[in-house]
Design a binder for this molecule. Structure first.
Ligand code: FAD
Length: 437
């Protein structure tokens, strides 16, 4: 019987262990808690949710709801336990966090072939077999150093300030225009102009918007690194106009004049389907980001693919280090799963643990590795993380990562339904295929 080492008993590590165990493999799962806690974990329980108890929308016509359907087709333990321990939360799947973690532990403890070792790993073991690194976004110390050494080129990032990302199609093209500053860079930037009245109103709201309370461990890093946009707003009327919203070198083709202020959007992906709001790293609550940033005229209907966040986040530069199946490019017996692999979110992390296990099992049985169709939420995110990208940031599932529909559909609701139908069918075929092999 083959032994697989899984390092980290979080969402990705537990899902990965379960998928390997149910396929008949032996698993050694290393978890450093409760002896050593991260800055945000509080218990010794496996699969502890570090922040919100919500796993987001259940609606299948949202990317998050679709991911749930796909994970359910793939028999995810984390999703099944989340359903079993859910609490009322409108259209979202939210859980009783303690019950959730206990249930995951209970389900794993049913396997005799699981050995949970409560120990901090300080390096990636020299192991003939497979190793899955699932130590999460708060990986630090000697273990982080060993990942850096492995990836030779310091391909491990410690980001603490991230700007929001919105879908390209939700930007009002009538109220924005492509241009580089001083005519340089062609159409690299989509510019969202504001007149003085709009700018002043925006600055006022931004100053007073609600922020997430930062824990002590985060404060130091945040303020040394990068200033949140709301702090700039507080520093005076012109601070943002001299910073990321500066209009110099930009002419609005509509008026032929320099706007009072300009918010710039930069392409986030190679499909031109998403934009990053440049310089808008923020600590605003997610709802406040929607409310306040939609005051920018061209962003009145902006759809957020990822919200801005300020917290420590350790992740690999996946396009340079990982294959799309989450294995390390220079040693395919080492997998990186969870947030450290460049995916973002509870269920995305779960997904990468699950897919790593499927492929390790297949390799151990002499089969080719598999990735679900690019039409699926799972397959499109797996492909995205390995695509060349000089500005790589961790990514959620999103319809914008999937190929466009063949038919042109204007109605947004219907469009999402079609994307989801296509994905559900593609995942069904994938599951049928791998279950026969
Ligand atoms: C502050 C913060 C808030 C977040 N909030 C949300 C949110 O609300 N919603 C959301 O969808 N996503 C959120 N995320 C992002 C992400 O979804 C979660 O971090 C998620 O828990 C990632 O799952 P994971 O399995 O990769 O890591 P984790 O769940 O963190 O699991 C990693 C495990 O590895 C263990 N470990 C670490 N180092 C070692 C070592 N050297 N040896 C042995 N064990 C080790 C840890 O103790 C931990 O149990 C948040 C991230 C952070 C940092």
């Amino acid at each position: 019987m083959n032994k697989v080492i899984v390092i980290g008993g979080g969402l990705a590590g537990c899902e990965c262990a379960y998928q390997l165990l149910k396929r008949g493999h032996r698993v050694e799962l290393y978890e450093m808690r409760p002896d050593k806690q991260t800055a945000v974990h509080k218990t010794g329980l496996l699969a502890e949710l570090v922040c919100s108890n919500s796993l987001k929308s259940r609606d299948i016509n949202t990317a998050q709801g679709l991911l749930k359907n796909e994970l359910s087709q793939l028999d995810s333990l984390i999703l099944r336990v989340a359903e079993r321990t859910s609490v009322p939360a409108g259209g979202a799947l939210a859980v009783d966090r303690t019950e959730f973690s206990r249930e995951v532990e209970r389900a794993l403890s049913e396997f005799n072939e699981l050995n949970v070792i409560r120990k901090e790993m300080t390096e990636i073991p020299d192991n003939d077999g497979y190793t899955v690194v699932a130590t999460g976004p708060l990986t630090e110390g000697k273990f982080a150093e060993s990942i850096k050494t492995l990836t030779e080129n310091n391909e491990l990032y410690f980001y603490d300030a991230v700007a929001p990302v919105i879908t390209a199609e939700s930007v009002d093209k009538e109220k924005s225009f492509f241009a580089g500053r001083y005519g340089k860079g062609g159409d690299d930037y989509l510019n969202c102009p504001m007149n003085e009245e709009e700018y002043v109103l925006f600055q006022e709201e931004l100053k007073n918007a609600e922020t997430v309370i930062l824990k002590d461990f985060e404060k130091h890093e945040v303020f040394n690194a990068c200033m949140p946009i709301e702090l700039m707003a507080k520093r005076g009327k012109d601070c943002m106009r001299f910073g990321p919203l500066r209009p110099v070198g930009i002419k609005d083709p509509e008026t032929g004049k320099r706007p009072y202020a300009v918010v710039q959007l930069r392409k986030e992906d190679n499909y031109n389907s998403m934009y990053n709001i440049v310089g808008f790293q923020t600590n605003l609550k997610f709802g406040e980001q929607e409310r306040v940033f939609r005051m920018i005229p061209a962003l009145a209907d902006a759809e957020f693919v990822r919200y801005g966040v300020l917290h420590r986040n350790t992740f690999l530069n996946a396009p340079k280090t990982l294959n799309s199946d989450f294995s390390y490019i220079n040693n395919e017996k080492i997998y990186f799963a969870g947030q450290i692999s460049g995916v973002e979110g509870y269920l995305e992390s779960t997904m990468s643990g699950l897919m790593s296990a499927i492929n390790i099992d297949r390799e151990l049985r002499g089969k080719d590795k598999v990735i679900p169709s690019e039409y699926t939420a799972v397959g499109s995110l797996m492909r995205y993380i390995a695509l060349p990208n000089v500005n790589f940031q961790p990514m959620h599932v999103s319809y914008s990562l999937m190929p466009e529909l063949e038919e042109k559909i204007k109605d947004k609701k219907l469009k999402k339904e079609k994307y989801s139908q296509r994905a559900v069918e593609a995942m069904k075929q994938f599951v049928e295929r791998i279950s026969k092999e």
